[in-house]
Design a protein around this ligand. Structure first.
Ligand code: SF4
Length: 210
């Protein structure tokens, strides 16, 4: 919501990138804006309104639509599904898959691992800004070798395993150790080796991967 100019209507927000880049006359830009609103399932009548009238989900769809107006080669998406209900999130995910199939590169920042599994080819898992593991997303999520990635996956609600154990808590269970692994205070797999020295490596930073 904060990224949308509060004084502009939906029409003006979608038009702005095209106008700045001098793409088409006002009529062509209007048609392109209407087509984009339909594409991201933003109701055309709400384009006459300003962002203050919209729900978080509507604002998020318009923000994605605005980002697509110039048909970018790279789209950077930071938690794009987080404010959407499951139906709209599913629709946006389909749209992102379409864009990817059409050749748009996506940098998708998310805690939504099922969405990552559907959308991403390569994956980098960060904790506190530091890389924990990286590689092909399908293999990382199938094997769940890194304890932190496994903990994130276990936190996802699964219909077929309602009582799956959750081994990671938000609270630290042991004090932080300077020079040790960043995850030492919270990791259920931590040992003395994790307390003493940080794990190294490019693809897998852990002394005891599964
Ligand atoms: S190095 Fe140790 S504390 Fe760090 S993630 Fe691996 S097992 Fe856990």
């Amino acid at each position: 919501m904060a990224s949308l100019p509060p004084h502009l209507t939906g029409w003006q927000i979608l038009d702005e990138p095209l106008a700045i880049h001098k793409r088409g006359d006002s009529r062509a830009r209007r048609e392109a804006s209407a087509a984009m609103a339909a594409r991201v399932k933003f109701p055309e009548q709400a384009l006459d309104q300003r962002p203050g009238r919209w729900s978080g989900g509507l604002a998020q769809r318009l923000a994605v639509g605005r980002a697509l107006m110039l048909q970018p080669e790279l789209l950077v998406l930071d938690e794009p599904l987080s404010a959407l209900d499951p139906t709209l999130a599913g629709h946006l995910l389909e749209l992102l898959l379409e864009l990817k199939a059409a050749g748009t590169a996506l940098l998708f920042v998310s805690h939504d691992l099922p969405a990552v599994a559907r959308l991403c080819d390569q994956m980098l898992v960060l904790y506190g800004g530091e890389p924990m593991c990286q590689g092909p997303a399908a293999a990382l999520l199938r094997e769940l070798r890194h304890p932190y990635l496994r903990g994130l996956w276990e936190a996802v609600p699964h219909l077929d395993a309602p009582h799956a154990p959750r081994r990671w808590g938000v609270e630290a269970v042991r004090p932080e150790q300077e020079g040790g692994c960043r995850l030492y205070p919270r990791c259920p797999s931590a040992t003395e080796a994790c307390r003493i020295a940080p794990p190294e490596g490019a693809a897998m930073r852990c002394h005891h991967p599964f």
